[in-house]
Design a protein around this ligand. Structure first.
Ligand code: KG4
Ligand code: ZN
Length: 339
């Protein structure tokens, strides 16, 4: 079974071809990031994002077909991100997918973007088995889920305000780094001196599995304002203190979720899952205990088409027959537990 996957929920256009038979293999994937285009505005401009998706879809489709030596007539289904995300951006991908599937006479599989992230470690050679606990930390979401199988997701905890990636991005902005600044902030943190900037660990002792990150960003703002003129080393020290605080909270809550669930596998997905310090601390814990931690390949941590093709294929394999192509709707706001 050959599934085309299309991602267009925010500022990345992703396209991929996944063959579901024989254990599953990703035949090709291609991505265009709009990060440079939005950087001048300090954030994603929805209308520009939609227009750029329109420009990229056909070239990316041609690329994955040629890279995999496949033709359109070989497709069995077209999976695409139905939500959550920017309404206009989602509409572009959905309209393209539904039109293509109508022309080919194959079903579509509308996919939840977070389901794509959750399942993305299954694209790796070393894969988790169901059930597992997932820490989903992206620019828009921070959630802990119990994943019993494809489509079986139980929310264990989530952020009450900013997402982890959003906290990274807003703090990066405060420190004068570009947008999205998560990766740049993490890099700067490596030059920071440990122990010099101690920031709060929001909700670390709350007793539940929820997060809150907006206070952390405010604490950074207060520190920056107190300092006035700020040297490069001081910026690195603040970045270090910020990363230390947020990683401690994420690690502590994720391990607590694993413990409470009685499971032994933790999956870390979403853009913040690329963070090296987060991985280092979780791996160190895994080495000391019987918990196994799984990550997507770095290129599949942030938004991509491969995870959407995979999620679509797994849904079909699990008995979902997809949807007849044609009429469609997008779901800019859509809780995963209702998917
Ligand atoms: O999953 P993703 O591509 O988009 C959403 O679905 O939201 O995640 C993007 C987020 C951004 O906030 C970005 O700053 C953050 O992931 N990010 C990082 C790192 N790389 C990307 N945050 C911390 N450390 C990183 N190395
Ligand atoms: Zn995402």
């Amino acid at each position: 079974m050959l599934v085309l996957g299309i991602e267009s929920s925010c500022d990345e256009t992703g396209m991929a071809l996944y063959r579901a038979d024989a254990g599953g293999v990703l035949l090709a994937h291609a991505l265009h990031s709009q990060v440079c285009m939005h950087a001048d505005y300090g954030g994603v401009v929805p209308e520009l994002a939609s227009r750029d998706h329109i420009r990229r879809l056909v070239p990316l489709l041609r690329q994955v077909l040629s890279d995999s030596d496949c033709s359109l007539t070989m497709l069995d289904a077209v999976a695409y991100t139905q939500g959550p995300g920017l309404a206009g951006a989602l509409l572009v991908g959905a309209a393209f997918a539904e039109a293509l599937a109508t022309a080919l006479g194959v079903p579509t599989v509308p996919v939840h973007h977070l389901e794509g992230h959750l399942l993305s470690p299954l694209l790796s050679k070393r894969r988790p088995q169901f059930p597992f606990v997932a820490l989903l930390v992206s620019g828009g979401h921070s959630q802990l889920m119990r994943v019993a199988g494809v489509g079986e997701y139980e929310l264990l905890g989530e952020t009450l305000d900013d997402a982890a990636g959003e906290a990274f991005d807003k703090t990066a902005k405060l420190l004068g780094l570009g947008y999205p600044g998560g990766a740049a902030l993490a890099l700067l943190a490596e030059r920071g001196r440990p122990g010099l900037v101690r920031l709060p660990r929001p909700m670390l002792q709350s007793g539940d599995l929820d997060f809150s990150f907006s206070g952390l960003k405010t604490a950074v703002l207060t520190r920056v304002n107190e300092l006035g003129k700020i040297s490069d080393q001081q910026r690195a020290d603040i970045a270090h203190g910020f990363q230390e605080a947020i990683v401690e909270v994420l690690v502590s809550k994720a391990l607590r979720a694993v413990e409470l669930s009685g499971l032994r596998q933790l999956v870390v997905a979403g853009g913040v899952g690329a963070n090296r310090e987060l991985r280092r601390q979780l791996d160190a814990h895994a080495a000391r205990t019987r918990i196994a931690v799984f990550y997507p390949e770095l290129e599949f941590c942030t938004d991509n088409g491969a995870m959407i093709a995979l999620a679509g294929a797994l849904r079909l394999q699990a008995g979902d027959s997809g949807k007849p192509p044609g009429a469609f709707a997008v779901r800019p706001r859509w809780p995963l537990t209702g998917a």
